[in-house]
Design a protein around this ligand. Structure first.
Ligand code: OGA
Ligand code: MN
Length: 215
């Protein structure tokens, strides 16, 4: 297979502008080695209990509501070779999408997420109108041999009718879901086995300055 990154970025940009979302296999672009390294990292973090309950909303006091989301997360710092490599890749995506869609994406943030058996994330959008911080969401799945009976699908709702399910994406290793953060309502169905993923958001805002820089 010959790989043309510019052509591939064109396809992603078209998918986002026409449908608001798409799903594809990113393995040819990342390579099996990087996927395995990321998978190994999240498994170790999970075993060491290094992922923490995720909050809802941003601000100073995110609410931890187990009736809405039950995943555990750990922010990537870019501090391991695998994290540095995936950050480079996400930055190339950010630039490629900016060139094609004029989104003015300025930075990325990424976290690992684990859903244990019984965990879910109820329907939501990743960004609220007016806040305009998270613009594009990307979720990379890190699970070998995921079966429909394992649950844990990403369920995507229609842009036109927010109650109509338009697709389900199984969290199989190498698969990616890419969508517009404000527009696409989605949920994670209850997982029946441990489900690993890495989510990245492409944001329009710049890094907040530490208070010390303002004094
Ligand atoms: C999220 C989310 C989807 C998934 O973390 O906001 O919706 O498939 N994740 O893990
Ligand atoms: Mn989400």
């Amino acid at each position: 297979m010959s790989l043309d990154k510019s052509q591939w970025l064109d396809e992603l940009a078209d998918g986002l502008s026409e449908h608001g979302w798409m799903s594809f296999d990113i393995t040819p672009w990342l390579g099996e080695g990087l996927l395995k390294s990321l998978q190994a990292e999240i498994i170790v973090l999970d075993q060491n209990d290094a992922l923490k309950s995720a909050g809802i909303g941003r601000g100073s006091a995110p609410v931890r509501d187990r009736s809405i989301r039950r995943d555990k997360i750990a922010w990537l710092q870019g501090s391991t070779p695998a994290q540095a490599e995936i950050f480079d890749f996400f930055q190339s995506l950010r630039l490629g999408l900016n060139q094609r869609l004029f989104l003015g994406l300025k930075r990325i943030e990424a976290h690992y997420a684990t859903y244990h058996c019984g965990d879910f994330y109820k329907p939501h959008v990743d960004s609220f109108q007016g806040r305009a911080s998270r613009i594009v969401s990307l979720v990379l799945y890190l699970n070998d041999h995921w079966l429909p009976a394992d649950g844990g699908a990403l369920q995507i709702y229609s842009r036109e009718n927010e109650d109509e399910v338009c697709a389900q994406v199984l969290p199989e290793a190498g698969r990616v879901a890419l969508f517009m953060s404000e527009e696409i309502r989605h949920e994670v169905l209850e997982a029946h086995r441990t489900r690993y993923s890495l989510a990245c958001w492409f944001r329009q805002d710049v890094i907040p300055l530490p208070i010390s820089a303002l004094l």
